[in-house]
Design a protein around this ligand. Structure first.
Ligand code: CAA
Length: 291
């Protein structure tokens, strides 16, 4: 399967709205081939990477191979100098209904522990380029966790978020107890994790889990627009800003402020900081070169 993912294909045209290849195994613009995801470049300038989970019948249950493909696609975009932001989405019915229960059902503790089960999902959080989750339908268990690994979450108005692992006799295993608690606070996170109850897109917005809610049919386009806005800034400075904000999740306030200050000072060694400030003073649009 890994081989399938890396088979080279002819270079393909950038499209705003349609898959690049309509076959069981689909190729991304960089040539890698995928079975469970669609990979394209989107936006007016083709500078937004787009990954769509594509296991519709299984409600995008996150089987091991799908998550491996997501990692490969993220790497493709991370290494593509044209790409300034990435959108990750699912289908209208399900962003993702969780880790693949059928794949997990016979696993033993020994296998999980020795194989570090689910640890490779963390790859989603390690890139420098911002990832925007565009969530429609179910974002449950690992699906909710995958959305929370992204940097920004936009939700369609029918989206539902939940950590129902307790109903399966297990607990969230891809960051749900940590990221959800940081996002929505202890009481709501505890309630969701202990009861398995879902929250609506509107509740997710009110609790700070998602930044915006749109009609379901608009959420992907809005996420791409957000990606285009981010991609129009300096990629170098965007990466520094992302690193600084992420520091808030792992560091004390003093450490985080120190990190921010170091990164802020570092921007003064870049051409893009000079260009941005000169452009403001000269009343023109900045022309960033990512240097
Ligand atoms: N894993 C594997 N298959 C799944 C799945 C999952 N997480 N979620 C849905 N599916 C499959 C179903 O088995 C079904 O397949 P078949 O047609 O072959 O039977 C298909 O997707 C459609 O599902 P339903 O018929 O159940 O659809 P529905 O509309 O009646 O219900 C649902 C939708 C409420 C999301 C329901 O499918 C459901 O509860 N899914 C499981 C949600 C869940 O428990 N997620 C947590 C998984 S554990 C986890 O994620 C651990 C972690 O922390 C990483």
């Amino acid at each position: 399967m890994a081989l399938l993912c890396r088979v080279a294909a002819a270079s393909l045209r950038v499209s705003r709205s349609r898959p690049l290849v309509a076959a069981a195994v689909r190729a991304s613009s960089a040539g890698a081939q995928y079975q469970h995801i669609l990979v394209e470049k989107k936006g007016e300038r083709g500078n937004v990477g787009f990954i769509q989970l594509n296991r519709k019948k299984a409600l995008n249950a996150l089987c091991d191979e799908l998550m491996r493909e997501v990692g490969l696609a993220l790497d493709e975009f991370e290494n593509d100098p044209e790409i300034g932001a990435i959108v990750l989405t699912g289908s209208e019915k399900a962003f993702a209904a969780g880790a693949d229960i059928k794949e997990m059902v016979d696993k033993t503790f020994q296998e999980c522990y020795a194989g570090n089960f689910l640890t490779h999902w963390n790859h989603v959080t390690t890139g420098k380029k911002p990832v925007i989750a565009a969530v429609n339908g179910y974002a449950l268990g690992g699906g909710c966790e995958l959305a929370m690994m992204c940097d920004i979450i936009y939700a369609g108005d029918k989206a539902q978020f939940g950590q129902p692992e307790i109903l399966l006799g297990t607990i969230p295993g891809a960051g749900g107890t940590q990221r959800l608690t940081k996002a929505v606070g202890k009481s709501l996170a505890m309630e969701m994790v202990l009861t398995g109850d879902r929250i609506s897109a509107q509740e997710a917005k009110a609790s700070g889990l998602v930044s915006k809610v749109f009609p379901a049919s608009d959420v992907v386009d809005e996420a791409i627009k957000c990606g285009e806005k981010i991609a129009s800034n300096s990629k170098l400075i965007v990466a520094m800003a992302k690193e600084a904000v992420n520091g808030a999740f792992e560091l004390t306030l003093a450490e985080g402020n120190r990190l921010e200050k170091r990164l802020f000072h570092s921007t003064f060694s870049t051409n893009d900081r000079k260009e941005g400030m000169n452009a403001f003073v000269e009343k023109r649009k900045a022309n960033f070169t990512d240097q």
